[in-house]
Design a protein around this ligand. Structure first.
Ligand code: MF3
Ligand code: CO
Ligand code: CO
Length: 268
């Protein structure tokens, strides 16, 4: 049997075209869950109730929440409100008018990990929150635009950083995207800042996430006493979007695109 080398020289897994199909299915389910939850984002709902809906939907679809039991984490999603940067733990806290929140889900379907997050708005959206959300989503798409064989991981980070800082916002340094596939987190670390032309070279068959966190204030974060919740040190508002993608011969395929018109902001 002809066994292709699975790891490249940088220790990054190279997947076959058949393996794209597994990611397509798990990515589509993760996106569908983020579509499904949109109508439940209303003042008064608890983040725990949202997590339960996500959990049950995933199980009914024949998938498993990757975060459940992951390094001691006990929920099926991360829900990060306002100045929470990432890894907010669903709780009995109720959403209130004017909150912005990121919901991050990862499902395991037939062994493949689909990881995606987006921003939601509860009630009335302030101008500064709207601006932050738009900038963060554009930052993700600008990063994705760099993904093609021959470019480097540094190009992705440099493109995101240049755009975000030109908007007078900051890129979080303490968390990054990651390789994934049949595992949740693998090489490489996909950082959202950096220098053009540096880092590992992108190759067809790599699967990874890009998931920039952008703050209105300074980039610094701290972890709360629960050991998970990351917040901005200066309490400024933070936003994040995440896609799981695969490198193709000419560019990339996004596995976690929305399947409905419920995605905010719309991207053309
Ligand atoms: N889904 C997150 C990511 O984008 C990881 C969450 S791990 C958890 O990589 F344990 F906090 F849920
Ligand atoms: Co991720
Ligand atoms: Co995620």
């Amino acid at each position: 049997m002809n066994i292709k080398p699975r790891l490249n020289a940088d220790g990054i897994t190279i997947h076959t075209s058949e393996e794209f199909e597994g990611m397509r299915r798990s990515g589509a389910l993760a996106a569908k869950i983020l579509d499904m939850i949109t109508d439940f984002i209303v003042p008064g709902v608890t983040t725990e109730a949202l997590d339960t809906l996500i959990h049950d939907y995933m199980i009914d679809a024949g998938a498993t929440p990757a975060t459940l039991g992951y390094r001691g984490y006990t929920k099926s999603s991360c829900i990060s409100l306002n100045h929470v940067v990432c890894h907010g733990i669903p709780s009995d806290k109720k959403l209130k008018d004017g909150d912005i929140l990121n919901i991050d889900v990862t499902c395991i379907l037939d062994g493949w990990f689909g990881d995606t997050s987006r921003m939601y708005i509860c009630g009335k959206l302030s101008r500064k929150a709207e601006r932050l959300i738009d900038i963060t989503h554009t930052a993700l798409m600008i990063g994705i635009d760099q993904v093609k064989p021959g470019n480097t991981f540094g190009d992705i980070g440099a493109a995101i950083q240049a755009y975000v800082e030109a908007q007078r916002c900051s890129v979080v340094r303490d968390f990054c995207g990651h390789g994934l596939g049949r595992v949740f987190h693998s090489a490489p670390n996909v950082v959202h800042f950096g220098r053009w032309g540096t880092g590992a070279v992108l190759e067809e068959g790599m699967f990874f996430t890009i998931e920039p966190m952008v703050n209105l204030g300074k980039p610094h974060t701290k972890i709360l006493a629960d050991d998970w919740t990351a917040v901005t040190k200066d309490k400024s508002l933070s936003a994040q979007f995440e896609h799981s993608i695969g490198v193709t011969s000419t560019g990339c395929e996004i596995f976690t695109n929305s399947l409905s018109n419920k995605f905010y902001p719309t991207w053309s």
